[in-house]
Design a protein around this ligand. Structure first.
Ligand SMILES: NC(=O)c1ccc[n+]([C@@H]2O[C@H](COP(=O)([O-])OP(=O)(O)OC[C@H]3O[C@@H](n4cnc5c(N)ncnc54)[C@H](OP(=O)(O)O)[C@@H]3O)[C@@H](O)[C@H]2O)c1
Length: 274
């Protein structure tokens, strides 16, 4: 028996057009899933579909593009309708949409007292509400089918204080707690076959953090250097390195696992810095 087999399953990735989202989508396609990508920008969706075409053994029918905003309920309901018409089921939801906003961070020149509270709220909305709302709307397929897996994408910022990123950290800490809460709730009320877990990536180069970590000439910024110094494996992660943890959490290989947060971080969370 191949415990990791996902042949014939359907998956939806919010933020599926981002650097990490595309890599995870490719991994799910390679494991035999059909994959729906959801993001706001149709150009990003089209580019992601092109990038994934080679990995889609089942051809174009294996990839569904859904325009939607994770904090806009009506757009998610419209996306669910499309999914219903096309596949009428969902086995796996990956909540990967997320990111930061400048006003929700504290630059070295500023202090906490300069925080823009509207930006703080909007980063919380994107990362936390943008995980809760898709789980409600797409999780209904799993409720009806009495099985499914939700995987939330958290962050190292959830568990320990990382300088500057106050809004993002609070939101991702909420994602970790929500992961555990929803795991318990769904296991107790719906058959024990709907599981909810999270992956906490360490540091990977994505679009939202590229300029924070790399200079234009691709050398490390001061912050990039600090991160690498505090990552025992001495490098950033490659997006593909999230895939095996994702396949574990989405397959029967983890059939008795729910409510956990898996760090994929090159040792960052284990290291005291000394
Ligand atoms: N890169 C890292 O080092 C790192 C580390 C820890 C955690 N993470 C988390 O991993 C996830 C993916 O990160 P990434 O590096 O792949 O980011 P990325 O390359 O910036 O991609 C972000 C993705 O989210 C989508 N998105 C943003 N706002 C959205 C909204 N309101 N509704 C729907 N889609 C939205 C974007 O597409 P559109 O712009 O087309 O909507 C894009 O697909 C995020 O949750 C991030 O916080 C990343």
């Amino acid at each position: 028996m191949n415990y990791f087999d996902l042949t014939g399953k359907t998956a939806l990735l919010t933020g599926g057009t981002g650097v990490l989202g595309i890599a995870m989508a490719r991994g799910l396609l390679s494991a035999g899933c059909k994959v729906a990508l959801l993001s706001r920008n149709p150009d990003n969706l089209a580019a992601a579909a092109t990038a994934l075409a080679e990995s889609a053994a089942g051809g174009e029918e294996s990839i569904l593009l859904l325009k939607g905003d994770v904090v806009d309920q009506s757009s998610l309901l419209a996306a669910r309708e499309q999914l219903q018409q096309k596949w009428n089921r969902l086995d796996i939801l990956v909540n990967a949409a997320g990111g930061n906003r400048k006003g929700a961070t504290i630059s070295p020149e500023d202090t906490f007292f300069d925080l823009h509270i509207d930006d703080f709220a909007s980063v919380n909305k994107l990362n936390l509400e943008g995980t809760v709302l898709p789980s409600m709307i797409f999780g209904e397929f799993m409720r009806d089918n009495e099985r499914g897996c939700i995987v939330n994408i958290s962050s190292m910022a959830a568990d320990r204080a990382i300088t500057r990123v106050v809004g993002y950290s609070v939101a991702k800490a909420g994602v970790d707690n929500f992961t555990k809460w929803l795991a318990v709730e769904l296991a107790r009320k719906f058959s024990g076959r709907i599981r909810v877990n999270a992956i906490a990536p360490g540091f990977f180069i994505g679009e939202q953090n590229r300029s924070l970590l790399l200079n234009d000439d691709q050398t490390l910024t001061e912050r990039g250097k600090t991160i690498i110094t505090n990552t025992p494996m001495g490098r950033f992660g490659e997006a593909e390195e999230l895939v095996t943890s994702l396949l574990y959490l989405c397959s029967d290989a983890s059939s008795f696992v729910t409510g956990i947060v898996v760090p994929v971080d090159g040792g960052f969370s284990a290291f005291s810095g000394v």
